[in-house]
Design a protein around this ligand. Structure first.
Ligand code: 0T9
Length: 395
């Protein structure tokens, strides 16, 4: 394949052999330099909000049918960034940096046209297996998305199959606080990583995502080339009122198209449903201060990322080994001292009642999942960004 530099063909094919005979945590395997990405998995939750206006629009929509459609439109609008942006920006899917336990990432999207500031906080809550917890909040709109994700990987017919573990919960707090909070459960699709043989991996989504809440249940079915539209990245979303809950919307809404381009209504509506414009708003990492800590993603991986970006793989691998050795030592010291690493922003709970209740409506499996509850302790660095500017001319 063209994508693999001649000097790395041998190491690429041994890497492929090791994934084929391996099950478990792929992130721990050593891969050849050309496939390494300078981006840590803690930065990925930002993909949920790279089109912040669609997120804010959820709060502006009328509760009931219109809001459930706004949630679906926002969800679909995140997929291009989640699953194709590395191909667009780096030429192929790449192997992300494997976060250390306690690694954190913070960022914001600015207020624009009255949509409010959106804040992001991420913490790596487990290293073996890697689990990432996140919260995205738009306080002025009363919106909060929390979730966690992990992956189970296997190898089949030349592709990596990635089952996503975890889920996200979106809450909408109406301005009128006497109105009830609306809660939506969002489940994550399965991934297939194709193109490995040629050294140019890319993702295809398979299986389903579900969005349950606000009186509606929506299933989004993902198929690749040759199914609904004969095109890759196609999906079909079907939304129905939850018996006894759904409001005045249509009996059934069907939307058909491709998640990285556009889709339209084929039932219960007409015309365009979504159209991904090229313009996305990359998250702005919070400026680093002591308070953010030494495990803040950009700070922690600075030299590894520099090495990967500039082709100085000696620097990258030396720094990566230093970080990994420090981590091993830390774990040993904790074991010796009989202590345990404490999570900073999240609290692990064995079950998630919100998940259980909403998953039951759509008969999802598994029936229960663990939860990482956000403690609400935003670092003070956010305050200067979120606080509204002082009214000008006031005395
Ligand atoms: C959550 C997303 C997830 C993380 C990544 C599978 C993968 C790690 C997890 C699921 C985000 O919301 C969405 C997008 C991409 C997913 C990654 C793609 C990928 O390849 C990696 C795995 C661990 C690898 O790096 C496999 C080896 C590599 C050489 C293939 C490019």
């Amino acid at each position: 394949g063209q994508a693999v530099p001649a000097s790395q063909r041998g190491s690429w094919s041994s890497f492929l052999k090791s994934i084929a005979s391996f099950s478990g945590d792929l992130s721990s395997l050593t891969a050849p330099p050309f496939i390494l990405s300078p981006i840590s998995l803690t930065e990925f939750p930002a993909y949920w909000c790279e089109r912040p206006e669609y997120f804010a629009a959820i709060a502006d929509a009328k509760p009931g049918y219109e809001r459930s459609i706004a949630v679906l439109r926002w969800f679909i609008s995140t997929l291009k960034d989640q699953y194709t942006s590395r191909n667009d920006e780096m030429g192929s899917e790449k192997k992300p940096l494997n976060p250390v336990l306690g690694e954190t990432f913070f960022g914001t999207w600015p207020d624009k046209n009255g949509r409010g500031v959106t804040e992001l906080l991420v913490e790596q809550v487990s290293h073996h297996p890697p689990i990432t917890a996140f919260v995205i909040e738009n306080k002025s709109k009363g919106l909060r998305l929390t979730g966690h994700n992990a992956q189970k990987t296997s190898f089949s017919a030349g592709s990596i199959i990635v089952k996503q573990i975890g889920h996200a919960v979106l809450t909408v707090q109406p301005k009128d606080t006497s109105l009830p909070v609306e809660t939506f459960l969002i489940t994550l699709p399965k991934l297939r990583i194709d193109g490995l043989w040629y050294g140019s991996p890319y993702i295809e989504l398979t299986d389903f995502s579900h969005i349950i809440g606000g009186g509606y249940a929506t299933s989004i079915e993902f198929k690749g080339k040759g199914y609904f539209s004969g095109r890759s990245h196609s999906f079909k979303a079907t939304s129905i009122p939850i018996p006894g809950q759904g409001g005045a919307g249509p009996k059934e809404v069907v939307i058909d198209g491709t998640w990285h381009e556009s889709s339209k209504y084929t039932k219960g509506g007409s015309g365009s449903f979504h159209d991904v414009h090229e313009h996305k708003e990359v998250v702005k990492p919070l400026e680093w201060t002591e308070e953010l800590g030494e495990y803040e993603t950009k700070q922690l991986w600075k030299l590894v990322a520099k090495g990967i970006r500039e082709g100085d793989f000696e620097l990258a691998s030396r720094e990566k080994s230093r970080i990994e050795n420090e981590q091993r030592q830390k774990r040993k010291d904790e074991t010796a001292a009989g202590s345990k690493w404490e999570l900073r922003f999240f609290e692990k709970q064995d079950s998630d009642p919100t998940y259980e209740q909403l998953a039951r409506i759509a008969k999802l499996t598994p029936p229960t999942e663990e939860k990482y509850a956000f403690k609400g302790n935003w670092p003070s660095n956010f305050a200067t960004i979120v606080a509204p500017p002082a009214p000008s001319g006031s005395t």
